[in-house]
Design a protein around this ligand. Sequence first.
Ligand SMILES: *Cc1c(COP(=O)(O)O)cnc(C)c1O
Length: 393
Amino acid sequence: MAEQYGTHNYHPLPVNAVRGEGALLWDGEGNEYIDCIGAYSAVAHGHLNPAIVGAITEQLARIAVTSRAMHCTELGLFLKGLCEYTGLDMACPMNTGAEAVETCIKIARKWAYTVKGVPIDQAEIIACQDNFHGRTTTIVGFSTEEGYRHNFGPYTPGFKVIPFGDAQALRDVITPNTAAFLVEPIQAEGGIIIPPVGWMNEVRQICTENNVLLIWDEVQTGFCRTGARFAWNHEDAKPDLMSVGKPLGGGILPVSAAVGIRSVMEVLKPGEHGSTFGGAPISCAVGLMAMAEMEKEDYAGKSARLGAKLIEGIKSINSPHITEVRGKGLLVGMELGESVDSAKLSRAFLSRGILTKETRQRTFRFTPPLVIAETMIDTILERTEDAIRSVTA
Ligand SMILES: *Cc1c(COP(=O)(O)O)cnc(C)c1O
């Protein structure tokens, strides 16, 4: 039915997920899988985390959706919690990651015109090659992935693209009209690309020196995925604006936000931006509990420790077919050589109860829920070794 009645914009694994609990999923035939996709890092709390389910259930006894046409108690509590958690001052609640990024783009442009003094409609935003910031028409316009952008033009003007992880390229491209540098601190969808050590810090300095806003897109790397609250915490490279999403919804609802410093966020005035569902009481209750759980259960520490174990474990698999293992915390990619038939390997993983999918560049992703048990990391390693052996023997 999905094939017949749905657009064909995805190519899913041949698995029908009917139930999930923690880091595990089951299909309709009762087969059990370790979920190493974790809904592209959105399911950090595990499937149907009892604390999140509890927050939703409790909230459903009161009110779920109000729209921003009126006040609701949960919104203030959520925004305060989000600002305290991120160390930033103000936030604009949205639903999806792409909306959070779009919100950052709008705020940055308005800041450029009203604060920096860029001539109207001349603001430039710099992005990076192999970026992934979502699927809206503006965002795909500055994607460098043909599949994401081709045939969807004409593209929104005002974006420039430079190589990722290259501080000098950023220096060279900045002009007096540059509003912002929009970039992921670690490129997740681009193949788990870790920038050189010190780059985040350097980027922060360059932006400050040139009165350019630094926008970290932490939709996927944020909320403990890389072993720190945010990936920029690894270098203390605090942004002016940041997009967050995915795990903020506790693995159940879409909850996102643009978060930033007061002098930038306050450029938005009533009527200039909005979202019908953004900041709904139910989303706020979930977001608040999601952050509380991350703190209470030390997701950052867990992610750092288990991620290091997973990365070391894959590195020590003695196979010439693994060309590189990249990762930070539980954001891990295993790149394989041309000698491996990746469609075959994908099936081998599946038949061994591991759900994983390739990102670009022949890289298999391991982004399990952060609540995963340490013993399950051992299981992933055993099955990965076995799966690779089975297709390369
Ligand atoms: C997933 C992702 C997005 C888009 O989020 P959606 O909720 O799918 O719109 C944006 N930025 C990054 C870095 C992402 O990984």
